[in-house]
Design a protein around this ligand. Structure first.
Ligand code: ATP
Ligand code: MG
Length: 420
């Protein structure tokens, strides 16, 4: 509770800073990147930090300016090497999973304690126009040859701030503002933590294959699994001429939006038309969707295995449509040997829409282009399919289906999608 409250508080100055920076007060020259360290020990910690640095670099490529990302004493810093756009940089850092907080840092040369005290007093003035608040100074000496120890720095800087602003008070237990001062080669001052997206850096938890359609759900599912550190490849089943190039472009656009968070996405576009037509010709129409979904999963799994993916991801949610009843999911799942991650399984549509609006995929998802599932859909699809019955009807496909699956796999067109 107290942690949440203090985060809300620190966000207010974050907004003020954006306004200050717009006015030309560009005092920040670095960001301290905070990440949750729970469970990140030993070799895992190294992998985690390495993946985080890579993802930070990927996000910064989209920003104006030049940056250097460093990792020292278990801390990650982003240093600006040129002019940069504060808001743009923060917005992009907010897309990097694994970051729990982004602290804008003022960076000064060590020119003696007097000068440091002056800088801290002026920092407080710029960042907190309203001085009615309590504070605490927390110094950290990463460079041990500094002439004062941490306690002495805390006391002396606290005193300097109190002397400058009579409205401010010290509270060492529950301060409104923590003023951090880190003594390194240079001196770093920060007090604001802008919340990051949390999660784990993409690349720290293997790779999985997302079944990406043009709908609302699957991009959200991809986002959620990427948030756990999983790198994403994607597969889209295209049914030309029943689905148009615009429908395909919509999926490419969605992959691009997911790649804003997930890093570059290899999108496999598979021609599914002949399989769909063959099922339509040979199987009962009310079972069409479920049999089609079984073939989608089967093919997705084959492509996943070829590309070192350790699982499949879908946007399914229990009961949303006939093919997502518990019985239908069980029948669909039966063809898979890889684990299938369904992060939206317990979500209502409204909750999914909320996430899709937040991550920016909603507007694209609701564009009205046809989907290969909807074109062949029966009026009354089975809602409680029986696995034995489905398998029996799949026997009707024996003659040509292996060949068609092979052809579908050979039709694989890989589009490398990057958010720019
Ligand atoms: P979405 O909004 O993600 O399209 P949906 O509610 O339309 O989902 P279905 O059409 O039943 O549901 O699809 C369920 C899941 O199957 C999707 O979330 C997606 O993961 C996968 N899927 C459906 N159609 C395709 C397709 N053409 N290509 C790739 N994956 C697909
Ligand atoms: Mg769909």
């Amino acid at each position: 509770m107290s942690c949440f409250a203090s985060r809300l508080y620190v966000n207010k100055p974050a907004l003020q800073i954006a306004a200050l920076v717009k006015k030309g007060v560009s005092m920040f020259s670095a960001f301290l990147i905070k990440y949750a360290e729970i469970g990140v020990k030993g070799k895992n910690r190294y992998l985690f930090e390495e993946a985080l640095v890579q993802q930070i670099k990927y996000a910064l490529k989209r920003c104006e300016g030049e940056f250097k990302v460093t990792r020292t004493d278990g801390r990650i810093y982003v240093h600006a090497l040129s002019d940069f756009d504060y808001e743009e940089t923060v917005d992009n850092l907010k897309t990097v999973f694994g970051i729990s907080g982004i602290c804008p840092v003022v960076h000064v040369e060590d020119e003696g304690f007097e000068k440091l005290a002056e800088t801290v007093v002026s920092y407080v003035d710029k960042v907190y126009p309203d001085k009615h608040m309590t504070f605490k100074v927390q110094a950290r000496r990463a460079r041990k040859n500094y002439p004062m120890n941490s306690m002495e720095i805390n006391m002396a800087l606290g005193e300097a701030v109190l002397n400058a602003y009579s409205e401010m008070k010290v509270d060492v237990h529950h301060p409104d503002v923590m003023l951090y001062v880190e003594i390194r080669e240079k001196i770093y001052i920060y007090s604001i933590e802008i919340p990051g997206p949390g999660g784990m850096p993409v690349g720290s938890n293997g790779k999985a294959m997302l079944l990406l359609s043009g709908g609302i759900d699957s991009p959200v599912a991809g986002y959620m699994i990427a948030k756990r550190g999983v790198k994403i490849d994607a597969v889209y089943f295209h049914a030309p001429p029943y689905t148009s190039d615009r429908a395909k472009q919509k999926v490419v656009d969605l992959a691009k939006q997911v790649s804003r968070y997930a890093g570059p996405v290899y999108l496999h576009v598979i021609n599914f038309t002949d399989i769909q037509l063959y099922i339509y010709e040979k199987c009962p129409h009310e079972e069409l969707t479920i049999i089609m979904r079984r073939y989608m999963m089967k093919i997705a799994e084959m492509i996943a295995k070829e590309n070192d993916c350790l699982g499949l991801i879908t946007g399914e949610s229990i009961g949303q449509v006939a093919s997502q009843t518990v019985q239908s999911l069980a029948v669909t799942n039966e063809v898979c040997t890889l684990p299938v991650f369904r992060p939206l399984i317990g979500f209502d549509k409204m909750e999914i829409v909320e996430v899709s609006e937040k991550i920016g995929t909603y507007e694209t998802s609701i564009l009205p282009f046809e989907d290969c599932c909807t074109i062949f859909v029966a009026k009354h699809p089975v809602t409680k399919p029986n696995l034995n019955v489905i398998k029996r009807h799949e026997q009707n496909l024996t003659e040509k289906i292996d060949e068609l699956v092979q052809q579908a796999i050979e039709s694989d067109e890989v589009v490398i999608v990057k958010y720019t």
